[in-house]
Design a protein around this ligand. Structure first.
Ligand SMILES: Nc1ncnc2c1ncn2[C@@H]1O[C@H](COP(=O)(O)OP(=O)(O)OP(=O)(O)O)[C@@H](O)[C@H]1O
Length: 449
C-alpha cells in the first residue's frame, strides 16, 4: 500500500508513466507537479495534475472535456490514469497535461514589458480557445486571469478546465450555481442565484455567453487595473429605496483607451447575453485590431515625458496610468511611446479586490466577506435573532453598498443565503437574516517608488 500523500509526492515518485520532479502549484481540488516521462533524461516537462481526494469525478470531467477541445491555446491532454493513494483501494485520478512555462496573465502583465497590442493578442488567443470549447458543446465556466498563463513567447493559454462541462453532462455539484469565481459571474447567473436564494431547487444552466462575460471582466481588469463592479440585478434595494448598484465606470474613463477597444470590452460585458457576441466573433475583431495596431507600430517611435500625476489624483488613477495609455496611443495611430521600455510592473496591486477570488459559489464569497468580524456589543441569547439596529454599527460599511450587499438603515448588510429567522449571530430584517459588512480598510495612498 502506498503511504504517500497526494499533496506531498517526493521527487522521483512514479505516477503512471511520469516521474515527479517538483510540486508547482495547488488548486482547490488538485496538486500540480512538474514531471518527466519516466526513463527519459531529456524532453519537455509534463504537468501532472493529481486529485487531492480519491475518486474525484471532476478529473474525469476535465479529461473528457479536454479530449474534445483541441486547440493551440489550450494545454493538450497527454494522458490520464489513477494513482494508488494512502488508503487501501483509494485511487486518485490524475491528468498529464502539456507543460506551459509562464506566468498568470496579470502577473505577466505586471512583470514584463510588452508591445502595445499584446493584451489584445492574448485576449484573442483565449477567445479562440473558448471558441474551440464552445464549438464542441463545452463550457469553461471559470475564465479568469488566474486561469490564463502567458508563455515566454507571448502565447496565452486558457488553463484549468476543472469547472468545465459540456452539453448533456450530468451536473457534479448541487446548488443554484456551478463552481466559478464570483466577480466573473454574468448578470444572468447572479440574477438566477438571487431569485433562487431561498429555494433548494433550480440549477443555473451556464451558456457560452457566461464565458464571454468573464472574458470581458478579464479585459476590463487587464486594462484598467480594477475589476468592474459585480454584475447584479438593479431591482434589489435596501430600505432606503435607493438603488445601491455600484455604477460601472466605462473603462475609457479609468484609463485612456482606443474607442474600438473600449467598445469591445463593453460589448463583452453587455447586460443582454445576445449582445456580447460569440467567442469567434470577438476573436476576429481582436485580431483585426491587432493587425491595425501592428501597422501603426511601424511609425518611428520615441519616448514620452511621463507627466506627474496631480497631487489630488486618485490612487486608482495613478495606478492605471500605464497599459491603457500605451494601447490607446498605439491603436489610434498616435503612438509616440517606445513600448519596449514599458512595463506595468509600476502598476502595483493595491487591494485584495484586484486578485482573482478563489473558485467558489456566490454564497461562499458572501459569507466569507461577512465573516470579517464587526464588534457586536449587545449580548444575544443563542437561537434568537438580533433586531436590526436603527443605526449602522461601529465599523460597518456605509452606502453605497456594492452588490450583493444592500443598504438597510444607513449600513451595508449581506443576506445569509437560504436562512430565515432565528438568525443566531445574524440580524433579522423582513424575515431574512443579515450580517453587517465591515467598512473596507483605507487603501495605502502612497505609491511605491
Ligand atoms: N499545464 C500546466 N503547465 C504548467 N503549470 C501548470 C499547468 N497547469 C497548472 N499549472 C500550475 O499549477 C497551478 C495549479 O493549477 P490548477 O489548475 O490545479 O489550479 P488553480 O487554477 O490554481 O486552482 P483552482 O482549480 O482551484 O481554480 C497553476 O496555478 C499553475 O501554476
Amino acid at each position: 500500500m502506498n503511504e504517500l500523500s497526494p499533496e506531498a509526492l517526493p521527487p522521483g515518485t512514479l505516477v503512471g508513466s511520469w516521474r515527479v520532479d517538483a510540486c508547482v502549484g495547488y488548486g482547490t481540488y488538485g496538486v500540480v507537479y512538474r514531471t518527466y516521462w519516466a526513463g527519459q533524461t531529456e524532453g519537455p516537462p509534463v504537468a501532472l495534475k493529481l486529485a487531492r481526494h480519491p475518486g474525484d469525478p471532476r478529473f474525469d470531467r476535465e479529461a473528457e472535456l479536454l479530449t474534445r477541445v483541441q486547440h493551440p491555446s489550450v494545454p493538450r491532454l497527454l494522458g490520464r490514469g489513477r494513482w494508488q493513494g494512502r488508503r487501501k483501494g483509494s485511487t486518485h485520478p490524475y491528468l498529464a497535461l502539456e507543460w506551459v512555462e509562464g506566468l498568470r496573465l496579470y502577473e505577466w502583465a505586471q512583470e514584463h514589458p510588452f508591445r502595445p497590442y499584446q493584451p489584445l493578442r492574448w485576449l484573442a488567443q483565449v477567445a479562440r480557445g473558448l471558441e474551440a470549447t464552445h464549438a464542441c458543446g463545452g463550457l469553461h465556466r471559470d475564465v479568469k486571469g488566474d486561469n490564463v498563463m502567458v508563455g515566454p513567447g507571448g502565447q496565452a493559454f486558457l488553463m484549468d478546465f476543472g469547472c468545465g462541462t459540456w452539453e448533456g453532462a450530468t451536473p457534479l455539484t448541487e446548488g443554484p450555481l456551478a463552481p466559478g469565481t464570483r466577480i466573473y459571474r454574468s448578470p444572468q447567473a447572479l440574477r438566477f442565484h438571487w431569485n433562487h436564494r431561498r429555494s433548494d431547487g433550480g440549477h443555473y444552466e451556464a451558456t457560452p455567453a457566461d464565458d464571454v462575460y468573464a472574458l470581458g471582466v478579464m479585459a476590463y481588469r487587464l486594462w484598467t487595473g480594477v475589476y468592474p463592479p459585480l454584475a447584479t440585478d438593479p431591482s434589489i434595494m435596501g430600505d432606503d429605496g435607493r438603488d445601491t448598484l455600484e455604477v460601472r465606470v466605462p473603462p475609457g474613463k479609468l484609463t485612456p483607451l482606443a474607442p474600438e477597444v473600449e467598445a469591445l470590452i463593453l460589448r463583452m460585458l453587455s447586460e443582454n447575453p445576445w449582445d456580447r457576441g460569440s467567442a469567434a466573433e470577438l476573436a476576429a475583431t481582436m485580431e483585426d485590431l491587432v493587425a491595425a495596431t501592428e501597422a501603426t507600430e511601424r511609425i518611428p517611435m520615441r519616448c514620452p515625458t511621463r507627466a506627474q500625476p496631480d497631487a489630488g489624483a486618485s490612487v486608482a488613477f495613478k495606478r492605471r496610468a500605464g497599459i491603457g495609455a500605451v494601447l490607446l496611443t498605439a491603436a489610434m495611430g498616435l503612438t509616440t511611446l517606445s513600448s519596449d521600455n514599458w512595463s506595468v510592473k509600476r502598476l502595483q496591486a493595491f487591494s485584495s479586490s484586484m486578485q482573482d477570488g478563489g473558485t467558489g459559489g456566490v454564497a461562499d464569497a458572501a459569507v466569507e466577506s461577512a465573516l470579517m468580524s464587526i464588534k457586536v456589543e449587545e449580548p444575544h441569547p443563542k437561537g434568537l435573532s438580533l433586531d436590526m439596529p436603527k443605526e449602522p454599527l461601529p465599523g460597518q460599511r456605509r452606502p453605497p453598498c456594492p452588490r450583493p450587499e444592500i443598504s438597510i438603515r444607513g449600513g451595508c448588510w449581506i443576506e445569509v443565503a437560504r436562512t430565515s429567522p432565528p438568525c443566531g449571530e445574524g440580524y433579522v430584517w423582513k424575515d431574512a437574516c443579515y450580517y453587517p459588512v465591515p467598512a473596507p480598510l483605507r487603501p495605502n495612498t502612497s505609491e511605491k517608488p
